[in-house]
Design a protein around this ligand. Structure first.
Ligand code: GLU
Length: 439
């Protein structure tokens, strides 16, 4: 059975970048009737918080990305310690004593000599006596002893990958303060939980290489790996610094609708067209990981708004009835109000402006040269209520009285009534006007 997981660290809010990871893993599991695990990578006790964990769940719920169970790494520390012991016993985990400053110095020296900054394994040469002495002086960390061969796998997105383990430092799995690091925790979890497919960002490719060896050292089964490209801004610029402002909760606050966001993120970077999907089922149905490319993927948040507008335009009143009622629209006007505004809003919040126009009148936008004409026209408009014929009757009367026609007749009146040059058909607007546009 297919088992996938989304494994965020609860050290911040999820943003469009990690949404892709979540979505791919979710869709793979759902498409094959498998299991989707939400795994909280919370081994860092300082940076991980319950607030962020709650926020991650809330954001996924908002999108309807349901998980089958939650796992927390902080509750599995014993398992990681066990796995570490197993690797110590088999000689694959070794103790090292360099301080961060010493390691930094080594790296700089290697770079100066034009060599790759790979850890030189000097800890392996320490005698037992030296180690005992060092233990009395400083803390030690633990590194995984890589087997210096090529590590190869067929990536679900990147194709055939081959990485020379000799070009990679033996990864630190346990820090000096005893904290177990993600590299081992993730492997132990993936193995214990029977994870069959791992999709994550291409910044994890080197991790994957080392993790494949760790999985093998622990006797686990290597899952299928796929690494999706990272997002850039619309012009190819790095997005990493801006991701903080592209948190899902910010997009939600700005009115982006879940289906618009999901439709966009589930296809962006693939050869499939981005179309508004009506449901998650439809998205899952059309999802194919092999259609995604390795090139960095341009993301422009502006693209989310036309999709949101299209989504809203297709909604029946029942879907937004609470929002409409909250504006103070009387029940009997609600169907008409929604059918008129839904094609003329980008986000739900735009409805409020239209209701203000209909219920209280707009600040009229009248050009100087139209002032007299508009005054004359307003005098010809009776007080509300207005009906479906009001616009035709009124504009005919105004045409007769002033001789104006076409755009010169209609546009100043639209501007005077709604305060806007664009909007719904005026014949539909008039019956919604609760007040005479002149006040
Ligand atoms: N916590 C890791 C991250 O957010 C998970 C990576 C993985 O999927 O293994 O980068």
């Amino acid at each position: 059975m297919t088992v996938t997981r989304f494994a965020p660290s609860p050290t911040g809010f999820i943003h469009v970048g990690n949404l892709r990871t979540a979505l791919f893993n979710y869709m793979i599991a759902r498409k094959s009737g498998g299991t989707f695990i939400l795994r909280l990578d919370d081994t860092d006790p300082v940076r991980s918080t319950q607030e962020y964990a709650d926020a991650i769940m809330e954001d996924l719920e908002w999108l309807g990305l349901t998980w089958d169970r939650v796992e927390k790494q902080s509750q599995r520390l014993d398992r990681y310690a066990e796995a570490a012991d197993q690797m110590r016993a088999s000689g694959r985990l070794y103790e090292a004593f360099e301080t961060p400053t010493e390691l930094d110095l080594k790296r700089k020296k290697q770079l100066n000599m034009g060599r790759p900054p790979v850890y030189d394994r000097s800890a392996l040469a320490l005698s037992e006596d030296e180690k005992t002495r060092l233990r009395g002086e400083r803390s030690s960390h633990w590194r995984f002893l890589l087997d210096q061969q090529r590590i190869e796998w067929t990536d679900g997105i990147l194709g055939d990958i081959s990485i020379d383990a000799a070009s990679v430092s033996d990864p630190v799995l346990i820090r000096g303060d005893g904290q177990v690091l993600y590299t081992i925790a993730s492997v132990v979890d993936d193995t214990d939980m029977g994870v069959t497919h791992v999709v994550r960002g291409s910044d994890h490719v080197t991790n994957t290489a080392t993790q494949i060896q760790i999985i093998q050292a622990l006797g686990g089964t290597v899952p299928e790996f796929a690494h999706h490209s990272l997002l850039t801004g619309p012009h190819g610029e790095a997005l990493s610094k801006r991701l903080g402002t592209l948190a899902l909760r910010d997009l939600r606050a700005r009115g982006v609708q879940p289906m618009a966001l999901l439709s966009h993120m589930a296809r962006l970077g693939s050869s499939d067209p981005i179309e508004l999907c009506g449901s998650l089922e439809e998205l899952i149905e059309g999802f194919d990981l092999s259609h995604f490319g390795a090139a960095p993927t341009k993301f422009d948040e502006a693209d989310l708004f036309p999709l949101t507008a299209r989504y809203l335009a297709g909604l029946p009143l029942e879907a937004v009835a609470d929002h409409v009622a909250a504006l103070g629209v009387p029940d009997q006007l609600a169907p008409q109000f929604w059918s008129v505004v839904r094609e003329n809003i980008t986000v739900l919040g735009d409805m409020a402006d239209w209701w203000k126009v209909f219920s209280a009148g707009a600040a009229p936008a009248v050009e100087d040269e139209d002032r007299e004409f508009v005054d004359q026209a307003m005098a010809l408009l009776p007080q509300p209520p207005y009906g479906p014929d009001t616009w035709a009757t009124w504009t005919n009367a105004v045409k007769e009285a002033t001789g104006r026609k076409g755009r010169g007749l209609f546009m100043p009146l639209r501007l005077a009534v709604t305060g806007r040059a664009k909007g719904p058909e005026m014949a539909d607007v008039m019956p919604l006007m609760q007040v005479h546009p002149k006040g």
